[in-house]
Design a protein around this ligand. Structure first.
Ligand SMILES: NC(=O)c1ccc[n+]([C@@H]2O[C@H](COP(=O)([O-])OP(=O)(O)OC[C@H]3O[C@@H](n4cnc5c(N)ncnc54)[C@H](O)[C@@H]3O)[C@@H](O)[C@H]2O)c1
Length: 413
């Protein structure tokens, strides 16, 4: 196997210029080790608008044109069911690949990405925002300090109600046929819930049993006849077994009456010596003698950027413009990121920098292909389990990353 060669003046091509891409593209443009940012979209006006607004190097006609160019890296910001094959093509064309979540929707696609990274040595990163959510960061530190004892149970929930900004997002994304894709199976988007849990607990999942609740809204969204995924589950629950004799429970809910008054993701980790629990009211660490209120440490406030100009549904404001929390260590970030638009509780700055650091160092990032597989695969098997009445199924594992992983914690200032 070969390793990647590092390079400093990175040229990035962003693929897909929809609702999510702008935030990351402008962060790569600001990064001191990035030389140029190029963009492309199947709808060329979207690429042109984004490039003009941020003064990017320019637009390219297609993904294929990017793969034929001398760009170093491509960043996949396309719809969630498209990433697997695009990632393999990017890696096989000699590009480093950043992919928005999920990694892929099929086991074969994940295996193909891992093979491509192993054979080419190119950098692959999945941009899981919950790896850098403030509570995950706090709990990861607590685990390193031994505050949990032995972790044996965790809950990770991604409970994002369709009425909480998703109708307009899917309409923008899917055009006239948006209902066919808005029925995207909840367990094929497992990386927030599992990524948050495994961002703290250094384990992997070995088996799953999952159930789905058939939707009853009757608006044609979760309708098997309309759905390109043949899906009518809007809410799903999975129980996973871990390799170290533990349990993880995940909820993926898309019809849940909490909207903006609740959290769209929440976590609990249980260890033999300590517990972290999160609810809409806050979060705390408890052990046999102490209680630590984490609510202020993990608070991430909205930034003042104009939602209308950003074309963001106000319901999703926190996702697409929210500051870091007190728990985040910004000393590792480029000074150019201070005051820059951030999102998903401050995680965007860390993800954008992780990728560039990995490319520059020629070493794989923390959420490399092997780690991403452990976060993503369990959901794919859970979807199979739920379609088979909750059958307990084995979750394959591709092992640890065989390459060096870059240390992204080194301070820059
Ligand atoms: N917290 C998170 O991690 C988070 C949050 C939001 C979105 N996302 C992910 O980001 C991705 C993008 O989301 P979005 O809301 O911006 O989607 P979107 O539908 O608004 O935008 C996707 C864009 O990609 C373009 N596109 C599709 N295939 C293409 C191709 N082959 N070549 C060029 N352009 C192509 C489409 O025309 C569209 O403009 C999704 O995969 C989603 O899962 C992640």
């Amino acid at each position: 196997m070969v390793g990647a060669e590092g390079n400093e003046d990175v040229r990035v091509g962003v693929v897909g210029c929809g609702q999510f891409a702008g935030s990351f593209a402008q962060l790569w443009q600001l990064h001191p080790d990035v030389d140029e940012v190029w963009v492309t979209d199947l709808i060329p006006e979207r690429a042109e608008e984004l490039a003009t607004e941020h003064g990017f190097a320019g637009t390219m006609a297609s993904y294929e044109a990017m793969l034929d160019s001398d760009l170093d890296a491509v960043a996949l910001m396309t719809q969630r069911w498209t990433h697997g094959s695009l990632a393999v093509r990017g890696l096989r064309s000699g590009k480093h690949v950043y992919s928005a979540v999920p990694m892929a929707t099929g086991v074969d696609e994940i295996a193909a990405i891992i093979d491509a990274v192993a054979e080419t040595g190119k950098i692959y990163m999945m941009g899981e925002t919950h790896h850098y959510y403030p509570l995950t960061v706090w709990a990861r530190r607590a685990r390193a300090e031994g505050r949990f004892g032995r972790l044996f149970y965790a809950e990770g929930d991604y409970t994002h109600d369709m009425d909480h900004g998703f109708y307009s997002a899917y309409q923008y994304s899917g055009g006239e046929d948006w209902k066919a894709t808005a029925s995207y199976p909840p367990m094929l988007y497992p990386t927030h819930a599992i990524g948050g849990v495994l961002g703290v607990w250094d384990t992997w999942i070995t088996s799953v049993s999952a159930l789905g609740s058939v939707d009853d809204r009757g608006d044609g969204v979760f309708d098997k006849e309309v759905s390109m995924f043949g899906n009518d589950f809007s809410n799903m629950t999975a129980l996973f077994e871990t390799r170290d004799n533990g349990m993880i429970r995940t909820n993926e809910f898309r019809r849940v009456g909490q909207g903006r008054n609740g959290l769209d993701s929440s976590f609990r980790w249980f260890g033999t010596d300590g517990v972290v629990e999160q609810s809409a009211l806050g979060a705390r660490y408890v052990n046999r003698t102490d209680t630590i209120d984490l609510t202020e440490d993990i608070r991430s406030v909205p930034q003042g950027f104009d939602l209308e100009r950003l074309k963001i549904d106000p319901a999703l404001a926190d996702d697409f413009r929210s500051e870091c929390a007190a728990v985040h260590d910004r000393s590792r970030l480029p000074v150019e990121y201070d005051g820059a638009r951030n999102g998903h509780r401050g995680s965007h700055h860390f993800l954008a920098d992780d990728f560039v650091r990995a490319v520059v160092a020629g070493q794989q990032p923390p959420i490399n292909a092997w780690k991403a597989a452990r976060i993503n695969l369990p959901g794919i098997i859970a979807w199979d389990s739920a379609r088979n009445g909750g059958a307990r199924l084995t979750v394959p594992d591709f092992g640890e990353c065989p390459f060096d992983v870059v240390d992204t914690s080194t301070p820059r200032r």
